[in-house]
Design a protein around this ligand. Structure first.
Ligand code: 3PG
Length: 305
């Protein structure tokens, strides 16, 4: 059996070493395709792969067509919007994710970016503090929960809204449960996005919603760029010169956002999950899930059931 690690954005070397150990111990072979620049390289590499470990790498119908021997794809991470699930199912390929494995890394980045923002991007001018500020967390999954835990350490007042998580479960984590997404945006100084990109959420963070935020509010996105209605957010930020947008996923309209000087920041490449720990956690989980599936048929984290 051949397991391909196909990562345009490579894992930390320690994670690759750990993945190799798990796969080789199972008696399988590892192939590595990192930092590829052309889809043709991926199409070639998948030809004889029985399993693939990916990150945000796109696995579409063309890739699945080329991967004639493929049985399983594991997205080492949470969001699997980069995999064509219907095409995978049609090809008889199991798709899994590794939920929670990189959540702390993303959550730490959220608070890091927030300190950077309220201290005026470290430009030397007097900024403000996070203690006492109202933080709204949109979606209370693994990342949202970790953000809440760390934000409470900063002394922030934390609220959350999640359409799929009952208010009692949010309250049980010591977080105020907002009654709606609208209430969350209207009442918080900062809103942190942790929703996946789905047909329901795409473009859902729009002018009407963000426009209700308080004076001087900050919107922070470490989720997906697709959830933002970029033209509407730009229009709003041109009208409301008090608003800031901070993102770990460079928007399509980065050049337009950049004109909103001092109120916009994007990391050059998504780096929320880019730590040795997160890479190792997610990479090893992916490797173990592949071995578990190929040897014992375990499908616990399958997302295309
Ligand atoms: C995820 O969905 O797990 C994160 O967005 C991480 O993505 P990455 O593996 O491309 O850094």
């Amino acid at each position: 059996m051949k397991v391909l690690i196909a990562t345009e954005k490579p894992f930390a070397a320690t994670a690759v070493k750990g993945i190799k150990e798990v796969i080789e111990e199972a008696g399988y072979e590892v192939a590595l395709l990192e930092k590829y620049t052309d889809k043709a390289q991926l199409l070639d590499a998948v030809k004889d792969a029985n399993a693939i470990i990916i990150r945000s790498d796109k696995v579409d119908a063309e890739v699945l067509d080329a991967a004639k021997e493929l049985k399983i794809v594991v997205r080492a991470g949470a969001g699997y919007d980069n995999v064509d699930l219907d095409a995978a199912t049609a090809h008889g390929v199991v798709v899994m994710n590794t939920p929670g494995q990189n959540a702390n890394a993303v959550a730490e980045l959220v608070l890091g970016l927030l300190v950077f923002t309220v201290r005026n991007f470290y430009n030397g001018k007097a900024g403000s503090e996070l203690m006492g500020k109202k933080l709204g967390i949109l979606a209370f999954g693994n990342v949202g929960r970790n953000v809440a835990r760390i934000a409470k350490g900063f002394g922030m007042e934390v609220s959350a809204y999640d359409a799929y998580c009952p208010a009692e479960a949010i309250e049980a984590a010591g977080v105020h449960a907002a009654a709606s997404q609208e209430e969350l945006f209207a009442n918080c100084d900062i809103v942190s996005l942790h929703i996946p990109a789905t047909p329901e959420t795409k473009q859902s963070i729009n002018k009407a919603l963000v426009g209700t935020m308080k004076k001087g509010a900050i919107l922070i996105n470490t989720a997906r760029k697709e959830v933002i209605n970029e033209p509407e957010l730009i229009e709003l930020m041109r009208e409301r010169t008090d608003l800031k947008y901070i993102t770990d996923i460079m928007p399509d309209q980065d050049a337009d956002f950049k004109q909103l000087e001092g109120r916009y920041f994007s990391t050059p490449k998504k780096m929320g999950a880019q730590t040795a720990e997160a890479n190792t956690n997610a990479g090893l989980a992916a490797a173990r899930q592949i071995v578990g599936y190929l040897k014992e048929g375990i499908t616990k984290f399958q997302v295309n059931k």
